[in-house]
Design a protein. Structure first.
Length: 66
């Protein structure tokens, strides 16, 4: 299992539409190099946020609370 797969297994599933957009996709984490991560939509492909990989789990958790 890749590091990105491990992170995605730990974070909650967040519907993209909860961010106020008309999209039926869900957000997931994609690693970008060794120290950066992107929160991206699996349907429309939009990058919601780019941040350090050590902050991504907390960021997705916060998004799930909106």
């Amino acid at each position: 299992m890749s590091r990105a797969d491990e992170i995605n297994a730990r974070v909650p599933i967040v519907a993209h539409e909860t961010l106020g957009v008309d999209c039926c996709g869900c957000l997931f984490v994609r690693l970008k190099g060794a120290d950066q991560a992107e929160i991206i939509c699996n349907e429309c492909g939009v990058v919601v946020r780019t941040l350090p990989v050590d902050e991504v789990e907390a960021a997705v958790q916060k998004l799930s609370e909106t």
